[in-house]
Design a protein around this ligand. Structure first.
Ligand code: ADP
Ligand code: ADP
Length: 230
């Protein structure tokens, strides 16, 4: 269903003495959008990297649908989690393959619909050979925003219950940002989402805001709650 429970999680990177996470507890109910905010080094990226088990907790536990992530079969766990990174690197191949990557049994119709919903459709069909256009190293170069839309189409096709986003802001022009934002809105619909939020608009729309510093949660609540406490 997309329930995520982070229970008193501590995490120290190998070779470090200072913990990156120092007792984090968050329950994300299905469909909730949790915005993670806080200064650089607060532990936001570290926290989201523990969900798909890029690292394992040092102590505490993370549960997805009531089950410790360490008890899941890794492939099953990851099939439930979609990730849109801050910047997307495409592999050299067709646009189609880049979208269908991770869901090889998808039909052309499904790929097309995902591309459409992610605003990745117009420029793809605009190409001389549509989806068969080769992108990546020696093929057509795509802008940062176009590559994000392909990443979003890929995530839509995968249809995960849980979503992890690191919001891109720096590299996109405002036109591109608008399309990427619209695509993300479609993608987040009904999915439990953890987003490292840089944009105020995302913070305002999140169902809950978690403010982190030094590996701890220093404030938590809705946008309204936090404003009222100022
Ligand atoms: P944020 O995403 O909020 O900027 P991070 O999760 O990246 O914070 O970093 C939290 C802490 O962990 C920082 O002290 C950072 O230096 C450290 N850190 C992050 N990544 C690594 C790593 N791969 N190896 C060692 N330390 C790391
Ligand atoms: P932006 O200006 O939006 O950050 P760029 O088009 O300048 O995006 O690309 C940033 C980086 O991504 C560059 O190193 C570029 O070579 C690489 N890149 C661009 N298009 C592709 C592509 N289709 N596949 C893989 N890498 C790409």
């Amino acid at each position: 269903s997309g329930l995520v429970e982070v229970k008193d999680v501590h995490f120290t990177y190998p070779g470090r003495t200072e913990p990156a996470l120092d007792g984090i507890t968050i329950t994300a109910r299905p469909g909730e959008v949790i915005a993670l905010v806080g200064p650089s080094g607060a532990g936001k990226s570290t926290l989201i990297s523990l969900l798909p088990r890029f690292y394992d907790v040092t102590s505490g536990a993370i549960c997805v649908d009531g089950r410790d992530v360490r008890a899941w079969k890794l492939a099953d766990l990851r099939s439930n989690i979609g990730i849109v990174p801050q910047e997307t690197t495409l592999f050299s191949g067709t646009v189609y393959d880049n979208i269908a990557y991770g869901k090889l049994d998808a039909t052309p119709d499904e790929v097309e619909r995902a591309a459409q919903a992610a605003h990745a459709h117009a420029f793809i069909t605009g190409f001389p050979q549509g989806y068969q256009t080769i992108v990546g190293e020696r093929g057509v170069k795509l802008s940062g925003g176009q590559r994000q839309r392909i990443a979003i189409a890929r995530a839509l096709l995968k249809n995960p219950r849980i979503l992890i986003l690191d919001e891109a802001t720096s590299s996109l022009d405002s036109e591109s940002e608008r399309y990427v934002q619209e695509a993300l809105d479609v993608l987040m619909e009904g999915r439990t989402t953890f987003v490292i939020a840089h944009r105020l608009s995302t913070v305002q729309r999140a169902t809950r805001i978690v403010v982190m510093a030094h590996g701890r949660i220093i404030e938590e609540g809705t946008h309204q709650d936090l404003l009222a406490r100022e």
